[in-house]
Design a protein around this ligand. Structure first.
Ligand code: NAD
Length: 316
């Protein structure tokens, strides 16, 4: 059995589904891996104290209570980017290192943004559903060429989405507290206030990173500023949009369509979420932004590298 740089075997729990290469990569370095992708929150709290490290995706919630149950836990590997399912404050207090695979799924999520937009603009999913029910109906769609896209959050995914959209002939506006002149220059875009973005954009994309303390970005007042008939796409986190205000904006036609890869509860269980999902001009996928062969391989590789580095540092 190999061991890591300092010869210490770590006991690692993987509590969400991951690529096989991440498991074998850790094992090849001599670590003991328990792969339990279906573990419930209750089971997790019971067994976490037996591990030095844990690897999660977005399903497992590493709350303060869970983290406090894991005496001896030294490293958390997040096989993805968002850390809103991890209580980062508690992890810091407990001196647990958190590593992510930031950037590994950017292209996959940006492509999904594009797919959702074109699907809604041309009503593809809606018309396909009609055809399956034996109805050969036509619906008039919207071209995206020449329109304006507004990016709320202009980091990796926001930028890459804008990059694709620019190539398709759209103008780009962006709102982000961190403004990079270099990035916006690459898409010949312009940073604007959130209100200006909402007023001027035909298509609005939300690609923000949030923490568990982040507030709402789009509530009733902001929906009132949205250009009538705009299409909203959110592949980042549902919590930044107020569900009641969104459903109202869809019901009264303020929004022309809504596409998302994220929900307030996953799987959805509230009547409002179910109403939203059933609307004709809404398409919601079950958090599959990073679910491509290519992204999963990159996520596994980066999580493995970052976990090994963190564990080596701890044992130094
Ligand atoms: P990133 O860190 O590169 O970029 C996020 C940007 O959001 C940053 O530039 C930040 O300044 C900006 N931002 C933060 N709060 C903001 C606010 N209130 N208003 C405007 N901008 C704000 O992150 P990324 O790699 O582009 O990922 C973006 C989001 O996509 C994350 O929430 C991540 O969890 C999510 N994501 C989803 C999937 C999926 O499967 N659907 C996969 C990967 C990432």
């Amino acid at each position: 059995m190999n061991t890591d740089a300092n010869g210490k075997t770590m006991r690692i729990l993987i509590s969400d589904p991951v690529e096989r290469s991440l498991i074998t990569g850790l094992e090849e370095k001599g670590h003991l891996v328990d792969y339990r992708p279906d573990l419930s929150q209750g089971q997790l709290t019971e067994i976490l104290h037996g591990y030095d490290a844990v690897v999660v995706r977005s399903r497992t919630k590493l709350t303060s209570e869970v983290l406090h149950s894991g005496q001896g836990l030294q490293v958390i590997g997040r096989a993805g980017i968002g850390t809103d399912n991890i209580d980062m404050g508690a992890a810091e207090d407990l001196q647990i290192k958190v590593v992510t695979a930031a950037g590994s799924s950017t292209d996959s999520v940006a492509e999904l943004n594009l797919a959702l937009l074109i699907d809604i603009a041309r009503r593809i999913n809606f018309l396909n559903r009609q055809l399956r029910e034996g109805k050969f109906v036509k619906a008039t769609g919207t071209e995206i060429f020449g329109k304006t896209a507004g990016m709320i959050g202009f980091g990796r995914i926001g930028f890459q989405t804008a990059n694709y959209l620019k190539a398709l002939g759209l103008g780009i506006l962006a709102f982000d507290p961190y403004e990079s002149a270099e990035l916006i220059g690459k898409v010949s875009g312009k940073y604007v206030s959130l209100d200006e973005l909402l007023e001027k954009s035909d298509f609005i994309f939300i690609s923000v990173t949030i923490s568990k303390d982040s507030g709402e970005i789009l509530g009733e007042e902001k929906f009132g500023k949205v250009k009538k008939g705009a299409i909203l796409i959110n592949t980042s986190r549902a919590e930044v949009v107020n569900l009641d205000a969104l459903v109202k904006a869809m019901r009264d036609g303020r929004l022309g369509g809504y596409g998302a890869d994220v929900l307030w509860t996953e799987p959805p269980d509230s009547p409002l979420e179910k109403e939203l999902i059933s609307m004709d001009n809404v398409i919601i996928t079950p958090h599959i932004g990073a679910q491509t062969n290519e992204a999963q391989k990159r996520v596994a590789k980066m999580t493995l590298e970052n976990m090994l580095k963190a564990m080596e540092e701890i044992n130094r």
